[in-house]
Write a protein that binds this ligand. Structure first.
Ligand SMILES: CSCCC(=O)C(=O)O
Ligand SMILES: [Fe+2]
Length: 185
């Protein structure tokens, strides 16, 4: 996994959009946005003890696999277009890359896009209420595991969603963190 501040220009979304100089983003910086990350072994995911523990601790009883290729997905182009439309969800978005690669873009506190490049073995959790989107990279293929707590809800709410309670909760979580940092000093 690698993450950086995305350079916004008119180039193909499947290109990396590195800055010049490129500004990499650390796991700590991602954690400040509520984005969590694990590196796992994707080869034997059905028997992976580490994955089992994460699922158990976080209550992810639902699981399915999404093979993003034109042959395996109905309305492939339309789905990709929707994935790349900036949106939020009322729940966390949990994705585990088993094969291939792709870019999750998330908005940081200054509303800049942070591009997160996930490859086989990368599991990421985007918090409820974070603006995000997804695109394939130039390899044009990804196989993802989707996890969820309870019955899955995939509904996406496209930006703007400033009045959505989940968005407001997410924004509030920063204010709280900041307050904690201030009292710690
Ligand atoms: C291809 S999974 C990532 C796309 C997304 O943001 C979503 O499914 O809501
Ligand atoms: Fe999403």
């Amino acid at each position: 996994m690698e993450a950086w501040v995305m350079e916004e220009n008119n180039e193909d979304s499947r290109l990396p959009h590195y800055g010049s100089p490129n500004k990499f983003v650390s796991l700590d910086q991602l954690a400040e946005l509520g984005v969590l990350y694990w590196k796992l072994n994707p080869n034997d995911y059905e028997n992976d003890e580490e994955l089992r523990k994460i699922r158990e601790e976080r209550g992810y009883n639902y699981m399915d696999l999404l093979d993003l290729s034109p042959e395996k997905v109905e309305n492939y182009e339309e789905k990709l277009k929707n994935f790349y439309t900036e949106h939020i969800h009322q729940d966390e978005e949990i994705r585990y890359c088993l094969e291939g690669s792709g870019y999750f873009d998330v908005r940081d506190k200054d509303d800049q896009w942070i591009r997160i490049w996930i490859k086989a073995g990368d599991l990421i959790i985007l918090p409820a209420g974070i603006y995000h989107r997804f695109t394939l990279d130039t390899s044009n293929y990804v196989k993802l595991m989707r996890l969820f707590m309870g019955e899955p809800v995939w509904a996406a709410y496209n930006r703007p969603q400033e009045d959505h309670p989940v968005r407001q909760e997410y924004i509030k979580s920063f204010a709280e963190k900041k307050g904690m940092a201030l009292t710690a000093h």
